[in-house]
Design a protein around this ligand. Structure first.
Ligand code: AMP
Ligand code: ZN
Length: 469
């Protein structure tokens, strides 16, 4: 299996630390608000990576943190604490906010068929671990106290910008511009390990520490939570590209200073989903969530399909037109699969051949788009229905699109050719648009046009269904 490594900037052959086992870590959500579908693009791609590793025979242990403390509105330790801002916004406690948005996050993930990692650990569970690592960094001279906070001293490292030799401006993907300089820092990129005295006097969550009552900085949590569950050596660490700097850069700085050896071999970064005006943001315009797209009548798995059609190392632009197109293609695909009869006996040798081909194709730097192409090839291939369905089922272990589940496939089981099915789906989409635009005359005309072709459509709570008259 090959994977692009942000550390070396090359596609490399994946080699695990312990034969057959993969220790994988994912930066989890900051649970102060809903995840937008951009965040979820990252989690879908990480889910594919995990499933692909399992598909290739690895025994994967995947750990994810939940950020419920310490993440300020700027990743560079300035601005307001995101959790506190969320609590104020909703007149709730920080813990209520954390609980609610953690639950919604996993329910969104479930709708997108994203598997829950083996271990999920909230940052607030690990205060003793943070204190232990920070104490050690102070002892070793990698950290200092200033203005009552504890900072990591980046000048102690021979190479701080591990993701490239560019300057920090090139890496500042997710850093906001409205940062106010923290005068306690000895070096511009020093970062807070523990906040004791800060301007956030109303910080809700505080713990005792050797340096006074306070709370941890954001970066320390991922280092400690990963080591708690995966030990001192890790195979793959994942996140969105904005995590590369400063978050992952800082995670590496503190982890390797603490351990005294290399920590993680492969860094997997998913590029952003943007809207047509630019970066997707929780504070900008229409906030795109899974429930919003569901309310608009889309199957969340059509969004998963949309993301799988593109490569994770390219930015992806979201528009409803693009989602409509992906939705129509996805429905057509599912209809096509629904029409494959489960006849004959499964030929295991054939299934194995396709399995190997899929492993090789998608295993070439998580090429999901090529995986979908291979799925179409398998559908077209001459093999008995039972074998074909088994191949599709096998691919779906990674794609996770419920390809054999007929329930959401509109018109599933209709004995019509592909061309007519595609026509019907396109007309249904057109009618949906017409209804959205309140052009009911057009919507009725489309219904009649389909009736003339012998197709009946029905509006149901699960969406539009159709069948032959
Ligand atoms: P957060 O909840 O803000 O900590 O972000 C959760 C995950 O989503 C992180 O891995 C981010 O890198 C990632 N992320 C943030 N914005 C986007 C975006 N527009 N597209 C894809 N991933 C994103
Ligand atoms: Zn992290």
């Amino acid at each position: 299996m090959n994977i692009y490594n942000s550390l070396t900037k090359r596609v490399e052959e994946f080699k695990e630390n312990v034969p057959g086992k993969v220790a994988m870590y994912t930066c989890g959500p900051t649970v102060y608000h809903f995840a937008h579908i951009g965040n979820l693009r990252t989690y879908i791609m990480e889910d594919v990576l995990e499933k692909l590793l399992r598909y290739s025979g690895y025994d994967v242990k995947r750990v994810m943190n939940i950020t419920d403390v310490g993440h300020l509105s700027s990743d560079a330790d300035t601005g307001e604490d995101k959790m506190l801002a969320g609590a104020k916004r909703e007149h709730k406690t920080v813990m209520e906010i954390a609980k609610y948005y953690t639950e919604v996050f996993f329910s969104d993930c479930a709708k997108l068929n994203i598997k829950t990692p083996d271990v999920v650990e909230p940052a607030t569970n690990c205060i003793p671990e943070f204190i232990k690592m920070i104490s050690s960094l102070l002892e070793k001279g990698y950290a200092y106290k200033a203005g009552e906070n504890i900072y990591f001293d980046t000048s102690k490292l021979s190479e701080y910008y591990v993701f490239g030799n560019q300057n920090e401006d090139d890496l500042k993907v997710g850093v906001r511009e409205d940062v106010t300089e923290d005068t306690n820092k000895r070096n511009k990129n020093d970062f807070v390990l523990w906040f004791t005295k800060s301007k956030f006097e109303d910080q809700a969550l505080k713990w005792d520490s050797p340096w006074g009552v306070g709370y941890p900085g954001w970066h320390i949590e991922c280092s400690c939570i990963s080591m708690k569950h995966l030990g001192e050596y890790m195979d793959i660490h994942c996140g969105g590209v904005d995590n590369m700097f400063p978050h992952h850069t800082n995670e590496i700085a503190q982890s390797e200073s603490y351990l005294g050896h290399k920590w993680c071999n492969y860094w997997f970064h998913v590029h952003h989903l943007n809207d047509e005006t630019g970066k997707m943001s929780k504070s900008k315009g229409e906030f795109l969530t899974v429930s919003l797209i569901e309310k608009k009548g889309y199957d969340p798995l059509a969004y998963r399909f949309f993301t799988l059609q593109s490569h994770y190392r390219k930015p992806l632009t979201f528009s409803y037109e693009a989602l409509d197109q992906a939705s129509a293609t996805f429905k057509k695909l599912k209809n096509r699969i629904a029409q494959i009869p489960a006849e004959g006996e499964v030929d295991d040798a054939v299934v194995k051949q396709w399995h190997d081909k899929f492993e090789q194709t998608v295993g070439n730097d998580v090429n999901t788009a090529m995986g979908i192409t291979l799925l179409y090839d398998a559908i077209k291939e001459d093999m008995n229905g039972a074998t074909k369905r088994a191949v599709i089922d096998d691919f779906d272990k990674v794609l996770s699109l419920d390809l054999l589940k007929a329930d959401t496939a509109q018109g599933a089981g209709n004995d019509v050719d592909d061309e007519l099915a595609a026509f019907v789906e396109a007309k249904i989409e057109e009618r949906k648009e017409a209804k959205k635009a309140k052009d009911f005359a057009k919507a009725d005309a489309i219904r009649n046009e389909l009736l003339e072709k012998g197709i009946v459509i029905e509006d149901t709570r699960e969406g539009v269904k159709w069948h032959k008259a």
